[in-house]
Ligand binder design. Sequence first.
Ligand code: GLN
Length: 198
Amino acid sequence: MTTVGVLALQGDVPEHRAAFAGVVGPQGVRLVRTPHELAGVDALVIPGGESTAISELIDRNGLRLPLQERIGRGLPVLGTCAGLILLAERLEPSRGGRDPTGLRVLDVSVRRNEFGRQRESFEDGVRVTGLQGDRFPGVFIRAPRILEVGRSAKPFAWRGDEVVGVRSPKIWGLTFHPELSGDPRLAEAFLRETGASD
Ligand code: GLN
C-alpha cells in the first residue's frame, strides 16, 4: 500500500491529509515531522502555508538535508503554493517581504505573494494536461507566480496563458490549492503518474 506523507510543520496540513485520505484511505496518510517519519513514506506533500515559517521549521527539525537527499533520489513530491515556493530552484525577491531558503530541487523561478494580499485571493478554472472532464477548480490564496520554467521542468497546468503548475517529472509544483477544491483528480494523477501508487 502507498503511504503518502504530509509535511506537518505549518500550513494547511489537515486539508491535505483529508484530501489524500479520500484517495488512499486514512491508513495511507502519515504526518511527517522528523527524518525518521520521512524515511517511511512513498510520496510527500509540502502544503500551502507560510513558506518562511515552514523553511525555518525544516531547519529546526533537521529535515533540510534528508528532504534534499530523498527528493534527489526520486521521492515523488507535490508542493502547493508555499510548497512550490520551497521546491523552487530560484526565488526572485518578493516585494517588501522576507523570502525563505528553498530546497532548490525544481527547475523554476518563482516570486511569492505576486497577487497582493489575502483579500486578493480568488478561484478560477485551470487547464491540466491529462485530466479528463472539466477544468480543475483552482483556489489561489496569496499565490506565487511562476516566472520562468527551466529545461528540466515542464508546464502542465495553466490559468489562461499563465503557467500555474510544473513538474520534473516526480516533483510537482502548483501555485494553487487542490486540497481545498474537493476534486480528487490531481491527487490521483500525482500518485499515478509519479509511480507512487505502483
Ligand atoms: N504567501 C505564502 C508564502 O509566500 C503562500 C500562500 C499559500 O501557501 N497559500 O509562503
